[in-house]
Ligand binder design. Structure first.
Ligand code: DOR
Ligand code: ZN
Length: 353
């Protein structure tokens, strides 16, 4: 067995852990929690995480699951709330100052799973951004157009950059903004350009590894269907290029691992790629293909810590070793959920040191 890389204090800055009630949280949480020092769970749960009280309760729910798997205290949780025009700023600030809320996530109305209550126009959000900017509360943006706008889904991110993201950045230059799961050349270039010093982006493993052919050619693979959808090869290459040449530390690990039961995927093709069981191997594979393994530590952890001014507590520090191993077959399904690389052979394996 040959060691490929050691990674310390991995942080998944965008992951869907779901809930105990919908049965997915106990299935998917250990896959992520085992290897990370921190995780930022998305608030589009059912019911959504709207208030600081919801965020506090959601943290407790995650902690219950972590405790069950003897992982409590080994991973930090960064609770984020689901921003809507009705978000109560007094509650948000109180929650932030109390440490119950880390940040806010903005969904475009109707554009993805559980986003019907999201944002349709950003102007109405300006008073909320103003308060967030004042207190240093970060904003995570799902950058696509709301469902009621007639736009081709392959162009949705591009339009939303122009119509939503740039106006936010121009009007709130001190607001910390993370553009989530970028999928286009335009996004990659905007983030790396440095035009907005407070802008970073998360990048998923699937958007680093694949273009849309992988999902569409030779039969539709709904397990690779996610929002924002995989784009043309030139976009994947632009993202790779930006990540490869990232000197400013603006690209962050955010798997967007989004578990849906196989039965639900079959029925409605719900959006989401379940990468949690293999996410470390997936990023290592991508960075090996890009020939920049030496950039992976910054991407997986350091860039997050630098941007958010975060230090990993001693009890949560972890080292993950990734080794080259005899090819092993990734299971077709984990607990009823089809993972990334399902049925494929991998010759990389992550383990805790
Ligand atoms: O593919 C996606 N799945 N994109 C999202 O924005 C939401 C996520 C989910 O919750 O399933
Ligand atoms: Zn997501």
């Amino acid at each position: 067995m040959k060691e490929v890389i050691k990674l310390t204090n991995i942080i998944d800055a965008h992951v869907h852990l779901r809930t105990i009630a919908d049965k997915r949280m106990p299935l998917c949480t250990p896959h992520t929690a085992k290897f990370v020092s921190g995780m930022l769970p998305m608030p589009n749960t059912n019911p959504h995480i709207y208030t600081s009280e919801d965020a506090r309760k959601y943290r407790q729910e995650i902690e219950l699951v972590l405790k069950h798997f003897e992982l409590l205290g080994t991973v930090d949780i960064f609770p984020t709330i689901y921003l809507t025009p009705q978000t109560n700023v007094n509650d948000l600030v109180a929650g932030y100052l109390a440490g119950d809320v880390f940040s806010c996530k903005q969904y475009p109305r109707g554009a993805t799973t559980n986003s019907a209550e999201g944002v349709s126009g950003i102007k109405e959000m300006f008073p909320i951004y103003q308060v967030m900017e004042k207190y240093g509360i970060p904003l995570h943006v799902h950058c696509e157009m709301p469902m009621d706008v007639d736009v081709d889904i392959f162009d949705s991110e591009k339009f939303a950059i122009q119509e939503m993201l740039i106006p936010i950045l121009d009007n709130f230059p001190n607001l910390k903004v993370s553009m989530e799961h970028i999928t286009t050349k335009k996004a990659a270039e905007l983030v790396s350009s440095g035009r907005y010093p407070n802008l970073v982006a998360t990048v998923t493993p699937q958007h680093l590894l694949y273009d849309r052919n992988k999902m569409l050619r030779g039969g539709l693979d709904s397990n690779l269907y996610c929002m924002p959808i995989l784009k043309r090869k030139e976009h994947m290459e632009a993202i790779r290029n930006a990540v490869k040449n990232d000197e400013r530390g603006v690209f962050l690990c955010g798997t967007d691992s989004a578990p849906h039961f196989k039965t639900d995927k079959n029925e409605c093709g719900c959006a989401g790629v379940y990468s949690a069981p293999v996410f470390v191997e997936a990023y290592v594979k991508a960075f090996m293909e890009m020939n920049v393994l030496e950039k992976l530590q910054a991407f997986m952890s350091d860039n997050f810590c630098k941007f958010y001014g975060y230090t990993v507590p001693e009890a949560m520090q972890k080292t993950v070793v990734v080794e080259q191993v005899e090819p092993w077959k990734v299971p077709d399904v984990y607990d009823g959920i089809v993972p990334l690389f399902h049925g494929e052979e991998l010759n990389l394996k992550a383990r805790l040191q």
